[in-house]
Write a protein that binds this ligand. Structure first.
Ligand code: PLP
Length: 394
């Protein structure tokens, strides 16, 4: 295969070999339905129980507070819709932020069409939610606060501990989308006063199409999928046993390797950030300078069109992602980059590079050298850049 430097680990990750190995027997050997009574099925039932315990252990939760889902999107939908429905007699107001993933934002918009009111909190120029604004937004009819643990585009970590405390003080449920943070940052749900937490397998070297929702015991949430008695009757459907085994194995691996892996990633990430900011003029780092995911770097290059940059990087075997949403058929820049105050034209020239522990300094050198050349070539074709340089030299 020709050169591949995969720097899009926020989009998805490679399934770890130990995860694949753990999953395989559950396709062909232990394929029994966990709900069946005969002893042949007990292997799959035991495996599901074991994975629930592993995941609960990672969060300081109880096994019966973990519900398997088909991924982060489903977990976000379930948490927000079910909380809204369960607590609507108390009130119909929800607080979230402007930089949430669409799995949260579009769910909130859906609820707005059903008579709920949603406050979308602003963030500062680093992407951090303002705690004073949050306190001001709370009303007697507020039933839910949903704020992400860390942002998927710019990597900024939100003040989750403080948000949890505020929610608890006011007797409001707190949901956090931890799809990007879980496996990268230690999370203990009790310490942080988290009532519901979404996570996804494919972001932490597990398989796609599997995730979980943590629901604090005692919450009167409605069932999400109706049917059989699986997941304590709250999310019906025969369990995705190989997926669940993959998820549990990936979580155990992520927890086991977290300290060393994230230390390595931070070092390489900072090397990347340092080189790009020093060597490519008219460049800005997006997201919090320090409180950011260990593997995330997000830049804006002035006078650059993101899609052209991505295509050129692709020709050099480098996978990254841009801040614009062209793939969704719209040319609007990302809502996250606009929310941190970037003008449209600068948001359009953004690049997210998200690392894994296999990326080396030599890989980064290769990326930076190509990036310098690509940016310089694209700027040479830009009339805006030409004007800018003329004005500078006058
Ligand atoms: N939430 C965040 C913050 C994400 O980054 C993603 C995926 O990119 C999701 C939710 C959706 O997760 P999934 O792909 O498992 O549905």
């Amino acid at each position: 295969m020709s050169k591949l430097i995969y720097l899009d680990n926020a989009a998805t990750t490679k399934t770890a070999p130990e995860v694949v190995e753990a999953m395989l027997p559950f396709f062909t050997e232990y394929y029994g339905n966990p709900s069946s009574v005969y002893s042949f099925a007990s292997k799959s039932k035991e495996a599901v129980t074991r994975q629930r315990e592993i995941i609960a252990g990672a969060l300081g939760a109880k096994a019966n507070e973990i519900y398997f889902t088909a991924g982060g999107t489903e977990s976000d939908n379930w948490a927000i819709k079910a909380a809204a429905e369960a607590y609507e007699s108390k009130g119909k107001h929800i607080i979230t932020s402007k930089i949430e993933h669409h799995a949260v934002l579009h769910t909130c918009e859906y609820l707005e069409h059903r008579g709920f009111e949603v406050t979308y909190l602003n963030v500062d120029e680093n992407g951090v939610v303002d705690l004073e604004e949050l306190k001001q937004a709370i009303r007697p009819d507020t039933i839910l606060i949903s704020i992400m643990f860390a942002n998927n585009e710019i990597g900024t970590m939100e003040p989750v501990r403080e948000i949890g405390e505020i929610a608890k003080e006011h007797g409001i449920l707190f949901h956090t989308d931890a799809v990007q943070a879980f496996g990268q940052i230690p999370i203990q749900v009790d310490e942080l006063h988290i009532d519901m937490l979404s996570a996804s397998g494919h972001k932490l070297n597990g398989p796609k199409g599997i995730g979980f929702l943590y629901i604090r015991k005692g919450l009167r949430l409605k069932n999400f999928v109706h049917g059989g008695a699986q997941e304590r009757k709250r999310r019906a459907g025969t369990e995705n046993v190989p997926g669940i085994v993959g998820l549990g194995t990936a979580v155990a691996r992520a927890i086991r390797t977290m300290e060393e892996r994230t230390k390595l990633e931070k070092e390489i990430r900072d090397y990347l950030i340092d080189r790009v900011l020093k060597e490519i003029p008219y460049t800005k780092l997006n997201g919090h300078p320090t409180d950011r995911l260990p593997n995330n770097a997000n830049f804006s290059f002035r006078f650059i069109e993101g899609e052209a940059m991505l295509l050129s990087l692709d020709m050099a075997g480098i996978c990254g992602s841009s801040g614009s949403a062209c793939t969704s058929g719209s040319l609007d820049p990302s809502h996250v980059l606009l929310a941190i105050g970037l003008p449209h034209e600068i948001a359009h020239g953004s690049l997210r590079l998200t690392l894994n522990e296999e990326i080396t300094k030599e890989d980064i050198d290769y990326v930076v050298e190509h990036l310098k050349e690509i940016i310089s070539n694209l700027r040479a074709m830009s009339p805006l850049y030409e004007d800018f340089i003329k004005k500078q030299t006058k």
